[in-house]
Design a protein around this ligand. Structure first.
Ligand code: HEC
Length: 189
C-alpha cells in the first residue's frame, strides 16, 4: 500500500475539495450533489405528501373497513354461487350476505310484495316474517314452494319465471328476517 500522495491534497482553484481520507491511495472529491439529483429527491417527497393525502381521502384507502366488508361479502357470494348445491346451510349463509339479500329485496319488492306485502307481513299470500309456516320452515321447504308454487292456493310457480338465481336470492331475503339455527353459528341480523 502506498502512502497517500500529499502533493494532491491541495485543492486547485475551481475544483471540488478533496476529502481527507485515502483508501489504497485512492482519494475522493467532496462533490456537491448534482441539481438533477436533488430535484428528483425533493420531487419524490412532494409527491409522497400529495399521494398520502389522496389515499387518505379516496375510497382506495386500506384503512376503510366498510369497503373491505363489502368486498368480503362479494368474495363469499362468489364462493356460495360456485357451490351449486342449494341446501339449508348455504341458503342460511346467503341470508346473511348483503350481495344476495339486496338482490333478493329488489326481486321481492317488484314481484312478491304484491301478495306478501313489502314488509313481508302478508296480504293475499301469508305472512313470511312470523313463526308460522304452512309448507315447512326449512330454507329448502321455502325453495320448493317458491320454485313449484301452490297453484290451487294462488301462489304461482316462480322457478320457471325467475330462474334459480333470483328465486334463491328472494329466499335469502325472506330468511334474512329470521334467525338462523344456532349450530350454523351465523350472526343474527
Ligand atoms: C299472486 C300472489 C303471490 C305472489 C306474487 C307470490 N306469492 Fe308466495 N304465496 C302466495 C300464496 C297465496 C301462498 C300460500 C300458499 C298456501 O296457502 O299453500 C304463498 C306462499 C308462499 C310461501 C310459503 C309460506 C308458508 O307459510 O309456507 C313462500 C315462502 C312464498 N310464498 C314466497 C314468495 C316469494 C319469494 C314470491 C316472489 C318470488 C312470492 N311468494 C310471490 C301468493 C303469492
Amino acid at each position: 500500500m502506498t502512502p497517500p500522495d500529499s502533493a494532491h491534497k491541495s485543492t486547485l482553484p475551481g475544483e471540488d475539495p478533496l476529502r481527507p481520507h485515502s483508501f489504497d491511495g485512492i482519494q475522493e472529491y467532496d462533490k456537491r450533489l448534482p441539481n438533477w439529483w436533488l430535484l428528483t429527491f425533493y420531487a419524490t417527497i412532494v409527491f409522497w405528501i400529495g399521494y398520502w393525502l389522496y389515499m387518505q381521502q379516496s375510497g382506495l384507502s386500506v384503512g376503510d373497513g366498510k369497503k373491505i366488508d363489502e368486498h368480503m361479502a362479494r368474495v363469499e357470494a362468489v364462493k356460495l354461487a360456485a357451490n351449486a348445491a342449494l341446501d339449508d346451510p348455504s341458503l342460511w349463509k346467503m341470508s346473511r350476505n348483503p350481495v344476495f339479500t339486496s338482490a333478493g329485496k329488489a326481486t321481492f319488492d317488484t314481484i312478491c310484495a304484491s301478495c306478501h306485502n313489502v314488509a313481508l307481513t302478508g296480504g293475499i299470500g301469508p305472512n313470511l316474517v312470523d313463526a308460522t309456516w304452512i309448507h315447512g320452515s326449512k330454507p329448502t321447504d321455502l325453495l320448493k314452494v317458491v320454485n313449484e308454487g301452490v297453484l290451487v292456493k294462488g301462489m304461482p310457480a316462480w322457478g320457471p319465471v325467475l330462474g334459480t338465481k333470483k328465486v334463491s336470492e328472494a329466499i335469502a331475503y325472506v330468511l334474512s328476517h329470521h334467525t338462523p339455527p344456532a349450530e350454523l353459528s351465523l350472526s343474527d341480523k
